[in-house]
Design a protein. Structure first.
Lengths: 308, 337
């Protein structure tokens, strides 16, 4: 049966009137990302770790500073992981619950990574885009500042800062934030240089769009692909940095902890038969880093302009 | 044509500083004369075509008039106001009167914006208080006008063909109802069949909206079709200037004659029979242009005197000027429209 003419007409009309939703390049990238099994698996893992870090406290029997006097001094015998006494991951050398400490440490470590890379994305992208877009002398001055900051031995300064201003999580954020955007600024500037010569930017200039609107509307959205990839790969680097600082005994202050501090403590207790003190933090540390790397790789493949 | 010209360009020059790689910062940069003294008048509602091979400074001329490249000399007077001496803010507001269409249709559209956003951008920039509904209505109206289905408003540029992208570019250029439209090789990246559609669309729009146009191309046959007046450029200088009919049927300058003889004639017998003028060699570097007449290095009629002084623009009457003292008509080259 063929539809009669009237139905065809109404159908045609409907097709004409209905607005077609376009497929943005972001949408394509998401589809490509979802096809990548390893990346999706890593993303799910990350979400699970995120849930663990945020809501793990809810099923904890002990909080992270409470000392279980009952097992103190007999950690190797009584502090092993067990469901019965509420120490799911065992206890640390002072008899504190390792489960709630791991939850809290994971939270701090992820926070350091995320805060650092958010600073890198916001400051670095804008700084690099401004330098690249205006070019000439402004670019020269701005990028030389970055070069100078890069030449400063970062770990040394961070350790000095923590020693002088006291160990605090805030100081750690400041230190990591100061340094993390430098590479991002360089990457963003390099990309901006290629984007600003595209004709759509010239079209915007010719139309009379203001320079900062051009940067925000035309440059930054086209930068975001590479920025997102770099930010994802930056997070594990920052987590490693924080862990290293904490491993040295600086960084996060007791009773708070981070994965690096927990690993450090666990490594120190290895020979006393309390190996779980190393296993659990190390497991979360490695899994988090691997997951971030896989997600980053997946994003790079999904957003790589070569695929288009 | 007693009306005042809408745009009057006098001795316009564009110079770029070129820094040699690895030079000391204090060594003076070399000067590249991309456009060296161009003058023409564009009467309101007419179209002036600019032709010349790649590297002859056509696009730079257009960019200087639009204002994305600074002029380094001369003046461009638009409706009594000199664009070169305007304050930056006045210039920015003025940009709504002069819009541009670009060569590469896809590169001229931001890949992260929808077609609707792209077309609306000039409107939002210059009339930020326009209600969203009104913006959308005008965008849809214009899309229809340039031959796009308005329901494609939420699509992205990469989902369109080259011809459609060029139509989007045209719609964006026209949404503010500009007075002057500058087309920088709008059809050279398109298929021949699509070229014709786009050129016809532009002519139609020009007639309906009373647009003045500057149409740049390296293909004389396209320019001839759309322009009232044609300027032939070579290495940043005007070689010949005349109304479209005179220039294509009675070209005087050897370069124009070579350009016209390079346009194929769609008749094999005629094509074989007509004399061919082939100019050899490459365009000389604009960093170090030949002395005297810039075309002399490749000119079939070059003589010793050509190297000595720059040829004057000779007025042949009827607004026909030519920059060659040895000019002569070559009627045989005439191409049928």
């Amino acid at each position: 049966m063929f539809p009669n003419k009237q139905t065809t007409d109404t159908l045609l009309e409907a097709a004409q009137v209905a607005e077609v939703r376009g497929r943005s390049l972001w949408r394509d990238a998401v589809d490509r990302f979802l096809k990548n099994k390893a990346a999706v698996g890593a993303l799910i893992t990350l979400i699970l770790i995120g849930i663990f870090a945020l809501f793990g406290d809810l099923i904890a029997v002990w909080n992270n500073e409470e000392i279980d006097w009952g097992i103190m001094g007999q950690i190797a015998q009584k502090g092993a992981p067990s469901i019965a006494n509420g120490h799911y991951f065992g206890a640390d050398e002072l008899g504190r619950d390792l489960y709630s400490r791991t939850v809290q440490g994971t939270r701090i470590s992820i926070m350091v990574g995320v805060v650092g890379s958010v600073i890198a994305v916001v400051v670095g992208t804008l700084y690099g885009a401004v330098a690249g877009y205006f070019g000439g002398r402004i670019d020269n001055i701005m990028m030389r500042i970055v070069d100078i900051l890069m030449a400063i031995p970062f770990m040394f300064v961070l350790i000095l800062m923590l020693v002088i201003f006291g160990r605090s999580i805030f100081m750690l954020f400041v230190g990591i934030g100061l340094i993390s955007w430098l590479d991002m600024a360089r990457i963003a500037r390099g990309q901006t240089l290629t984007i600003k010569n595209k004709e759509f930017v010239e079209a915007a200039v010719a139309t009379g769009v203001r320079p900062f609107t051009i940067i925000l509307r035309h440059i930054v959205p086209n930068l975001l692909g590479i920025v997102v990839v770099y930010a994802t790969l930056l997070i594990p680097g920052l987590i490693l940095t924080e862990s290293f600082i904490s491993f040295l005994g600086l960084g996060v202050q007791e009773p708070n902890t981070s994965l690096g501090a927990l690993i450090s403590a666990g490594a120190g207790q290895m020979q006393y038969g309390v190996i779980w003190q190393l296993y659990f933090p190390l497991f979360f540390f490695l899994v988090t880093l691997f997951a971030f790397f896989f997600v980053g790789d997946g994003l790079r493949d999904a957003l790589d302009p070569k695929d288009r | 044509m007693a009306t005042d010209p809408i745009l009057s360009v006098r001795d316009l020059q564009v110079t770029f500083d070129i820094r040699r790689q690895g030079a000391w910062p204090w060594t003076p940069p070399m000067k590249l004369h991309a456009v060296g003294g161009i003058s023409f008048d564009l009467p309101a509602g007419e179209c002036v075509g600019i032709v010349g091979e790649s590297g002859s400074g056509k696009s730079t001329l257009a960019r200087a008039i639009v204002g994305t490249v600074p002029m380094s000399g001369g003046s461009a007077v638009f409706e009594g106001q000199d664009l070169a001496t305007m304050s930056p803010e006045a210039r920015r507001r003025h940009r709504r009167n002069v819009q541009m269409i670009f060569q590469d249709p896809l590169a001229a559209l931001n890949p992260r914006m929808t077609v609707g956003e792209i077309i609306a951008e000039p409107l939002i920039t210059h009339e930020p208080k326009t209600p969203r509904k009104e913006v959308k209505r005008r965008v849809a109206e214009l899309m229809e006008r340039v031959g796009l289905l308005p329901n494609l408003i939420n699509r992205y540029p990469h989902e369109f063909s080259g011809g459609q992208c060029q139509r989007i570019g045209i719609a964006r250029a026209l949404i503010l109802k500009p007075k002057l439209l500058i087309c920088d090789e709008p059809v050279s990246a398109l298929d021949v069949s699509v070229q014709a559609q786009v050129v016809n669309l532009l002519m139609e729009l020009q007639r309906d909206m009373g647009l003045s146009m500057i149409f740049i191309a390296h293909d004389l046959s396209v320019v001839k079709h759309i322009s009232d007046q044609i300027v032939v450029m070579y290495l940043g200088r005007v070689m010949e200037q005349a109304d479209a009919r005179t220039l294509t049927t009675r070209p005087q300058h050897p370069y124009t004659q070579a350009l016209i003889s390079s346009v194929p004639v769609p008749d094999p017998v005629l094509e074989k029979a007509r004399p061919r003028m082939v100019i050899e060699g490459e365009l000389p570097s604009p960093l170090n242009p030949p002395s005297g007449c810039v075309f002399r290095t490749r000119c079939p009629k070059a003589q010793a005197s050509c190297a000595e002084a720059r040829p004057e623009m000779l007025d042949l009457g009827n607004a026909h000027t030519v920059a060659c003292p040895f000019h002569e008509v070559e009627e045989v080259l005439a191409v049928q429209a």
